[in-house]
Design a protein around this ligand. Structure first.
Ligand SMILES: Nc1ncnc2c1ncn2[C@@H]1O[C@H](COP(=O)(O)OP(=O)(O)OP(=O)(O)O)[C@@H](O)[C@H]1O
Ligand SMILES: [Mg+2]
Length: 350
């Protein structure tokens, strides 16, 4: 059993259930409680591994990194800092999907658990003029929740659209401090999602495809290499520090990604923040663009979950309706597995 337990402390409504509403301060903010080493069942890696193997398609790198990172962290009774994962890649390739799988494997109820908190930059922090307010609320929210449950999980979606000031506001929680204002954040998990770097990740996948190499042979170092040639040549870097520095480098705005529309807002946050300068990101997790065969896998899963028998003819027709890039070669789905499900409706509605 991988799932963790946390004491049931009522913290009032969870933030993501009240979209755009200000975070309510708990009337009585929970006091920091000493962390109880061993307040978890001994986790096993199998369920997470099984879920990733069975449900996540075409992402061999993300699978491996996430399994090692999450399992290693959960099993460490005294982590020195919270786990910070930064998930990057093309739209519809599984970043939210994987966050959900992680959450479900750690807490009953997954994303709906009281210990899992999802923030979407454009939804929860839409107005630049309210940054000071958001900052205070976010810090209070994180503090209150980690006080109640040391192993709380915080997921920040659309990180590339998040205001730099807001990212700086969470920085102290991610660092190597034993306590911040009497609270330890060392067992918490922070997951950041963004499309930043998607073009370069895609370029690597395309290079492999064009040279007839297997996608599964893409190594993390190939992606890192594409993101930063110079940084990764530095043999003295530890893994976590070079991962962080990769972020710094691939966000070098002197060389912006070719199609900036995908990454609208990239300049707005992540890259200017000291998250990266201070090596606070433990793992950079690349998501590869999905191919035709992966779309078919997504469609089959959806058919099964709707209780239909797999109909390969419909599977192919739905997959073929999707658009692929580059234009001539048509290798990768430009929306990943997003929208395949709505296209399926058409075949079953008449
Ligand atoms: N690699 C994958 N394997 C299996 N299913 C996938 C994969 N990628 C996407 N899906 C399916 O497509 C849906 C949409 O993907 P998801 O929301 O995770 O994309 P994303 O990477 O977060 O995209 P965006 O960058 O646009 O937010 C998922 O809920 C899942 O059903
Ligand atoms: Mg997403």
């Amino acid at each position: 059993m991988f799932r963790l337990t946390c004491p049931l402390v009522s913290l009032g409504p969870v933030y993501h259930e009240e979209l755009n509403a200000p975070i309510r301060r708990n009337k009585e903010e929970p006091k920091a409680r000493p962390l109880r080493v061993g307040d978890t069942e001994k986790p096993e890696p199998e369920p997470l591994q099984k879920d990733l193997d069975n449900k996540l398609f075409g992402q061999h790198l993300a699978k491996k990194i996430i399994l090692n990172a999450v399992f290693g962290f959960i099993n460490n009774p005294k982590p020195k800092k919270p786990l910070t994962l930064s998930l990057h890649g093309w739209t519809g390739t599984g970043k939210n999907f994987v966050s959900k799988i992680i959450a479900e494997n750690i807490y009953e109820g997954g994303l709906n658990s009281d210990y899992v908190h999802l923030f979407v930059a454009t939804l929860h922090f839409p107005h630049a003029s309210n940054i000071t307010l958001y900052k205070d609320q976010l810090q209070l929210w994180i503090r209150g929740n980690v006080s109640a449950c040391a192993r709380s999980i915080f997921i920040f979606d659309e990180m590339d659209k998040m205001h730099a000031g807001l990212i700086d506001a969470i920085k102290p929680f991610l660092d190597y401090y034993d306590l911040v204002d009497g609270v330890s954040y060392q067992k918490a998990i922070f997951i950041f999602l963004s499309n930043a770097g998607a073009e370069r990740i895609t370029d690597v996948a395309l290079d492999f495809w064009r040279s007839g190499k297997q996608r599964e042979d893409i190594k993390l170092k190939d992606i890192e290499h594409a993101l930063s040639v110079s940084v990764f040549n530095n043999k003295n870097k530890t893994e976590s520090s070079y991962v962080a520095q990769a972020g710094l480098d691939f966000l070098d705005l002197s060389d912006p990604p070719a199609s900036a529309s995908q990454n609208a807002g990239i300049i707005g946050g992540f890259w200017h923040s000291s998250l990266i300068d201070r090596n606070l990101i433990d793992y950079f997790v690349p998501f590869l663009p999905l191919e035709y065969k992966h779309l078919k896998m997504c469609i089959r899963v959806e058919m099964q979950s709707r209780g239909y028998e797999t109909n390969e003819d419909i599977v192919s027709r739905v997959a073929e309706e999707m658009t692929f890039f580059p234009k001539e070669e048509r290798v990768f789905s430009d929306k990943g597995c997003k929208t395949v499900f709505t296209k399926l409706d058409y075949y079953y509605d008449d």
